[in-house]
Ligand binder design. Structure first.
Ligand SMILES: Nc1ncnc2c1ncn2[C@@H]1O[C@H](COP(=O)(O)OP(=O)(O)OP(=O)(O)O)[C@@H](O)[C@H]1O
Length: 268
C-alpha cells in the first residue's frame, strides 16, 4: 500500500496538564491522497481536537501526526480550513478576505504581485460559484451568517490546498444553503481531488460527500469503526432519499448511539 497522505498514529491528547481533560486516547487514522473522509461521533468525543492536531495548531501529548510524508510540528501551510463559525477579518472586504491565503501561503505569496489579476479572477470565480457574485466589495458584517460561511469556504479553497480540513463548515446553515454547498464542495473535489477530512454531526452530509465515514468513540476519542460509501460521483441529492442511502445513515446512527453508551468511566 502507498503511504497515506495523512497518518495519525496512536495519538493521545490531554488538555491542561496531567490532571486535565483527556480528549483523545490512542487514536489512529490513515487517509489516502485525494480521499474524502468524514469523521462522525458523539458530541465532545475529540473531533475538533483531531483536526487541530492534523493542522498543527496543537501538538499531540503522545503519538505522531504525519502529513505528506512529514511529521507535523507546527501550523500546516498546505491545508485549507473552514470551521463552523466563519472567521473572516471584519476590517477587510469579502474579496480580500477570500484572497488572504494567497498573501500568506507559499508559493502563492511570492507570486501574488505578478499574478494578482489571475488570482483575483480565481477568487471571483469561487465567489460566483457559491452565489456571492456582487458581494465582493462588501464587509463581512454586511452579509448574513450563511453568506459569510460561503465566503469562508471560498477562502479555504482559493489556494488549491492539497488538504482540506473542514470542521462543521455547514453546521450553522439552513438546509437549502447546506445542500447547495455540498454540491459546490463535491464539484471542487471532483475537479481538484484534494484530500478532505470533514467533521460533521450531519450523517446524511457525511454519506453524501465522503468515500469513507469514520466513527469515533465517546471521549477519550479514537476511531472505532468505518463505513465505505459505495456511490460513484457525481452524487445527486435525490439519492439521499433512496432506501439504501438511508440504511447507511441509520447504520451510522446506531453505531454512534452504541459509542455514546460507552461514555465512560474511562474519560480520565
Ligand atoms: N482548549 C481546550 N482546553 C481544554 N479542554 C478542551 C479544549 N478544547 C477541547 N477541550 C475538551 O476536549 C474534549 C474534546 O473536545 P472537542 O472539541 O475536540 O470535541 P468535539 O468532538 O469536536 O465536540 P463537538 O462534537 O461538541 O463539537 C471536550 O471534553 C472538550 O471540553
Amino acid at each position: 500500500m502507498t503511504e497515506p497522505f495523512v497518518h495519525i498514529d496512536r495519538v493521545s491528547m490531554r488538555y491542561g496538564g496531567v490532571e486535565g481533560t483527556l480528549a483523545l486516547r490512542d487514536a489512529s487514522l490513515a487517509v489516502g491522497e485525494g480521499e474524502f473522509v468524514a469523521v462522525v461521533g458523539p458530541s465532545g468525543c475529540g473531533k475538533s481536537t483531531l483536526m487541530r492536531l492534523v493542522t498543527g495548531l496543537w501538538p499531540p501529548t503522545e503519538g505522531t501526526v504525519v502529513v505528506n510524508g512529514r511529521e507535523v510540528t507546527g501550523p500546516l501551510s498546505i491545508a485549507g480550513m473552514a470551521f463552523q463559525n466563519p472567521t473572516l477579518l471584519p476590517w477587510r472586504r469579502i474579496l480580500p478576505n477570500v484572497m488572504l491565503p494567497l498573501e500568506v501561503v507559499r508559493p502563492h505569496r511570492g507570486q501574488l504581485r505578478a499574478q494578482r489579476a489571475q488570482y483575483e479572477r480565481k477568487a471571483r470565480d469561487l465567489l460566483k460559484m457559491v452565489g456571492l457574485e456582487g458581494f465582493e466589495d462588501r464587509y463581512p458584517w454586511q452579509l448574513s451568517g450563511g453568506m459569510q460561511q460561503r465566503a469562508s469556504l471560498c477562502r479555504a479553497l482559493v489556494h488549491d490546498p492539497r488538504l482540506l480540513m473542514l470542521d462543521e463548515p455547514f453546521g450553522a446553515l439552513d438546509v437549502f444553503t447546506r445542500e447547495d454547498l455540498w454540491d459546490v464542495l463535491q464539484s471542487v473535489w471532483m475537479a481538484k481531488k484534494p484530500t478532505v477530512i470533514l467533521v460533521t454531526h450531519d450523517l446524511k452530509e457525511a454519506v453524501y460527500l465522503a468515500d469513507r465515514v469514520l466513527i469515533m468513540s465517546a471521549r477519550p476519542g479514537r476511531i472505532i469503526a468505518e463505513r465505505r460509501v459505495p456511490y460513484p460521483r457525481p452524487r445527486r441529492l435525490d439519492q439521499t432519499y433512496e432506501a439504501e442511502f438511508q440504511a447507511i445513515v441509520h447504520e451510522l446512527r446506531d453505531r454512534i448511539a452504541e459509542a455514546r453508551k460507552g461514555e465512560t468511566a474511562d474519560a480520565r
